[in-house]
Design a protein around this ligand. Structure first.
Ligand SMILES: [Zn+2]
Length: 315
């Protein structure tokens, strides 16, 4: 049996309901397998405007047969509901909270009540978390995932290695949704990234459906009958290059591109076309994601690249 907020789901059945704080109901598929087993939590749109995970979660919620499952699923296709509905990008519109950085969220009452709900009501029932993201509006990326590097690392990587995602990146964040669960509550999990640009391509949705099924298979909840086939590398250190000034940004690299030390990654200009600064690679690496738009804002990310010295090809 699965029970969340006094909603009881009998073995071999599912419920489509709203759960969450009274003031912030969120849609959820609560699915209890016929046999007891592990419970997976799958969340999408922690960041509003990161779309491909949402239809994937809905399709899985509709299609899985709990009679065939050993274990449970808590599927939440749209966590930041108000952000999604209002077109507010990434954050919680009521208080500008970021669910990938504000666990807990002191001084941000709506974000705090959502994160508290997960900490108190959902995480204690969860054995593994998949959190589905996508590149932001101007943030092209190559499919990648983040695993917790400071706790429950091997349990998390064991599932990550079964997915069809080529880059497995270490995260030391302790204040995000999945990373708080991992690093503070010792619940393994992964943050997945596919697609970008606030687009919702069928190819990305379908890939996310496969990721969820591969994770269920790896956790023994439901076998999927296929395997992840892409070559994979673990990258234990990522370099995040921030802008040092405001300006116009002209990128010269693409996600997935190998770069060498000293290579120009892009440059900023002023409104009159004068170069402000060139940004160069400090070491050899692989571009993972970055700013693909025109606006450079001081302190915001220009380019993220995996450092070659910390790359390990998986067998
Ligand atoms: Zn995100």
């Amino acid at each position: 049996m699965l029970e969340i907020q006094r909603i009881r789901v009998k073995n071999g059945t599912k419920k489509m309901v709203y759960i969450g704080p009274d003031a912030y109901p969120m849609p959820a598929f609560l699915i209890a397998g016929k046999e007891e087993g592990k419970t997976i939590l799958v969340t999408a749109q922690i960041h509003s405007g990161e779309y491909p995970g949402t239809p994937a979660v809905i399709r899985i919620g509709k299609s899985v047969d709990p009679e065939e499952m050993k274990g449970n699923m808590i599927l939440m296709p749209c966590v930041n509901v108000t952000g999604f509905q209002s077109g507010y990008n990434t954050r919680i519109p009521e208080d500008d909270g970021n669910l990938n950085a504000d666990y807990p969220a002191a001084g941000k009452p709506v974000t705090d009540c959502i994160s508290s709900f997960f900490m108190k009501e959902v995480f204690p029932k969860t054995d593994f978390i998949l959190d589905l993201h996508s590149g932001g509006l101007s943030e092209p990326l190559t499919p990648c995932l983040f695993y917790p590097a400071l706790s429950v690392t091997e349990e998390s990587l064991a599932v990550g290695k079964k997915l069809d995602i080529p880059w497995l990146l270490a995260s030391e964040n302790k204040k995000g949704h999945f990373s708080y669960a991992a690093h503070v509550m010792n619940i393994p999990g992964l943050l997945l990234e596919r697609g970008f640009g606030s687009l919702c391509e069928e190819e990305w949705i379908h890939a996310y459906e496969k990721d969820i099924r591969l994770a269920m298979d790896a956790l023994g909840i439901l076998s999927c009958g296929f395997r992840g086939t892409c070559a994979k590398e673990v990258i234990r250190s990522v370099r995040y290059l921030p802008f040092e000034e405001d300006g116009l940004w002209y990128s010269k690299v693409k996600p997935g591109e190998e770069i060498v030390k000293g290579q120009i990654l892009g440059h900023t200009e002023d409104y009159f076309g004068n170069i402000l600064q060139e940004y160069t690679a400090e070491e050899d690496g692989i571009v993972l994601y970055g700013n693909g738009g025109l606006k450079a804002a001081k302190g915001h990310l220009a380019v993220a690249y995996g450092r070659n010295a910390y790359r390990e090809v998986l067998p």
